[in-house]
Design a protein around this ligand. Structure first.
Ligand code: GDG
Length: 483
């Protein structure tokens, strides 16, 4: 059987190191789940960074990490502290991330970060080269590795390369700002198949290729001088059954086995049965629109006073990229607004916002999705947004209302949600009122359609669709070369 390589910045495992023990556990993220189904039909290995900086390990420990990773079919790309700072926190998260999410005011243009980005992409290419025996296909993921497809293609022209971008691809007028735009786009064009979440991202990419490099573009195809690159959209799905089944199982649990979150929500609901819980979950990231969401909620409390005692916003902000300045600043801003709103609208017994700055175990997350009546998801820009899909999948009686930003890729597939513009406070406030007042039958009607779609287009189908297209590209390439 031919081998298949999956490449991403981080490996799909968690590593815990104590004095002489190394514990490696598989992580439960969407990508890892999607790939599990793929690895049934291919012999695959995953190459990426373990999350542990190389110089923090003794050679003995490094060996143990590598052995433990090997058991999970994972191969570590050792990164130093400096590389993490310049390539990961630097170019990936201070240049590409803000630019591709249209936050051009945050973009840094630092030559040393660019050089580190190139060097780390090269490092990935070197580790891939050491592990190429029997490999005929490679799937590279995301914005940390935009140069990698070309680096692999130059060394292994016969190998078929797929690339999937998990974040938006911006319009040409934004992308052109980047001094290294041609290198980036040439890097991506090393792939034989390029995948995006939506048709718009695909279209933006094609337009940048045409304007910057002048290549001939047809629908879904770019003609390079010696080969053809296919481009398509593959909206990423979730592991629907995992969320839905966990939500059903949770409802059947005895009081003793219930999660803390569920016990707390139920206790509160007994005291205040009229309460509607509005859920907000994301990494604390400026692209996710937490500030405008909080301001819209504040506006709602101010303009719709009759609901003040009836709503509670459950705000789960997961710490993210804490080493990057904008993220620290944003944390202070969120703290301040939460303090202001709670200071103004709390009573002795009630607080309008429950604020958690941490991540929660899976079961608590599912219980939040299942229990809260409304989800308020208002990113300024978001490649897809899986939280929106997980919320709907976790609804067991069909009730629940999703308020979703039109700037999230997910909005393209979830038009039954209440779609809002994240910059329009009045519209968001009106949507909150509509959600609170929406009759059960209407909620069930909308969610039945959404659930059917999410169950069908799950993460397994996403991964298989991409790989089937990659297989087709491989076959057409062989025909093209044989001519
Ligand atoms: C990028 C793109 C695109 C969140 N809090 C907890 C927790 N989560 C899990 C959710 C969800 C995932 O994290 C977040 O996924 P998103 O899609 O919402 O956002 P990003 O992390 O920004 O992901 C995005 C995605 O890639 C896939 O292509 O959709 O647009 O930005 O799965 O469940 N999980 C647990 N505890 C938490 O507290 N266990």
């Amino acid at each position: 059987m031919k081998r298949f390589l999956i490449i991403s910045n981080r490996l799909p495992v968690q590593i815990a190191i104590s004095d002489d023990n190394i514990d490696v556990t598989p992580s439960v993220g969407g990508l890892a789940t999607g790939m599990q189904s793929v690895s049934k039909s291919f012999k695959s290995s995953w190459i990426g960074w373990s999350g542990v900086e190389a110089q923090n390990l003794s050679s003995e420990q490094q060996k143990k990490v590598d052995n433990a990773l090997a058991k999970e079919n994972c191969i570590d790309v050792n990164l130093t502290e400096e590389e993490v700072e310049l390539y990961y926190e630097g170019f990936s998260n201070k240049t590409i991330w803000p630019l591709f999410h249209y936050f051009s005011q945050f973009v840094e243009y630092e030559e040393d970060q660019w050089q580190a980005y190139k060097a780390v992409n090269q490092k990935f290419a070197d580790v891939i080269a050491e592990n190429m025996e029997g490999v005929d296909k490679i799937w590279v993921h995301d914005y940390h590795l935009l140069l990698l497809p070309q680096m692999i293609k130059e060394r292994f022209p016969e190998v078929t390369i797929g690339f999937f971008l998990h974040i938006p691809f911006p319009s040409y007028e934004v992308f052109r700002i980047l001094p290294w735009r041609n290198e980036i786009i040439n890097g991506m064009l090393g792939a034989d198949l390029l995948g995006f979440h939506t048709f718009d991202y695909e279209r933006h990419f094609m337009s940048s290729v045409r304007r910057l490099l002048g290549y001939d573009i047809q629908i879904n195809e770019i003609s390079l001088p010696r080969r053809i690159v296919k481009v398509d959209n593959f909206p990423m799905g979730i592991d629907y059954d995992k969320f839905h089944d966990a939500a059903i199982a949770s409802q059947k649990k005895s009081v003793r086995d219930k999660s803390e979150v569920r016990k707390e929500l139920e206790r509160y609901y007994l005291l205040y049965p009229e309460t509607k819980f509005i859920l907000s979950i994301d990494r604390l990231d400026y692209s996710k629109g937490l500030i405008n969401r909080l301001e819209a909620f504040e506006y709602f409390l101010q303009e719709y006073p009759e609901y003040r005692d009836k709503v509670t916003l459950v705000l789960l902000a997961v710490p993210s990229r804490v080493g990057v300045e904008q993220y620290q600043q944003m944390k202070s801003e969120v703290d301040e607004i939460v303090g202001r709103v709670n200071g103004k609208y709390s009573s002795i017994n009630r607080m309008p916002i429950w604020y958690f700055y941490r991540s929660l175990p899976f079961q608590n997350l599912v219980d939040l999705y299942n229990y809260c009546e409304i989800a308020l998801i208002t990113p300024i820009r978001d490649g897809m947004n899986l939280v929106a899909k997980e919320f709907i999948a976790s609804k067991t009686d069909g009730r629940g209302v999703l308020i979703l930003s039109e700037m999230a890729g997910a909005s393209k597939e979830m038009s039954e949600a209440l779609i809002i513009n994240p910059n329009d406070k009045a519209q968001i406030a009106a949507a909150i009122q509509t959600a609170i007042e929406m009759p059960d039958e209407e909620q069930i009607e909308r969610n039945t359609i959404l659930q059917k779609r999410l169950k069908r287009y799950n993460v397994e189908k996403w991964a298989n669709d991409f790989l089937n297209s990659l297989e087709k590209v491989k076959m057409s390439e062989e025909i093209y070369l044989a001519k």
